[in-house]
Design a protein. Sequence first.
Length: 339
Amino acid sequence: MSQEQSSLSESGGVDGLDDSTALDLGVTTGSVPGIPNPAAEARERTLGGFFAFGAYLLWGFLPLYFLLLVPTGPWELVAWRIVLSLAFCALLLTVTRSWPRLAAIFRKPRLLGLTVIAGLLIYVNWQVFIYGALSDQVIETSLGYFINPIATVLLAVLVLRERLRPTQWVAIGIAAAAVLVIVIGYGAFPWIALTLAASFGIYGLVKKKVGPSVDAVSGLTLETLWLTPIAVVVLAIVGATQGLTMGANGWDHTVLLSLAGVVTAVPLLLFAAGARRISLTAVGLLQFVAPILQFIIGVWLLGEPMPIERWIGFALVWVALIVLTVDSVLHARRTRSAA
């Protein structure tokens, strides 16, 4: 798999995560270090596939969870998501006795700076995604994550100065045509989709720069830590102007809203446990589970409009993804054969 697809796979899916983590979810293979065990390795790959699929499955159903939290608005919801994710990560660090690993990162200013950038990018991604989910634009959020692999390839050219294969340029051209069809035919600029694709694509590049130096839990802890002051200010403003919904809409709503941190962290950790066991090619293929589910939810469950112009635009995006995926799989096979 090319470096740009590797970057994509490391970013992972709707919320993103590096694939280097010490969390093993308590799974052991029973293999002896240094001695290959094909059966154990096969079990690990199968388990990794289930972990990664579970992560994308949960990400795919996120819009429905956010809709259950109405009347909580997008600004308050993202703020609670940040604060509660930080609390959940602190609990995980305590249970796994990983505070020293987090402390070590504070002695590396460059890594800290990258986690600040990652936090700001994921904040934009979360805020736009939840706004789309709560404003009857779930279909457009799915478009953003369909476009994300293509955006990542384009970023590899613009930022990393990488040379692309001809088929990758074809995929980018088809995706650009899809956006034009949606803008001209549907009569609306897909800013939600493009913002999600851009913010998550750049987030993936930043996580690639961070690499294995920051594990999954520590990375999410730092990203939410930097965002907590913003979340506190947002909660204060919402509380003063509209009133906070936490605890004001019944015990069931309070419980669901209180789980925002768990709902954020669990799929990230599942993805991390899965990505370290399966190939980047497999991760790249599984990532389409989330936007497909979001598209189905938007069209068939929520009944959002899908005129012919929008179908054509989405069809072009899907063709571009097929071209990109086939090229990626063939390139990975050629690379393995050459090795």
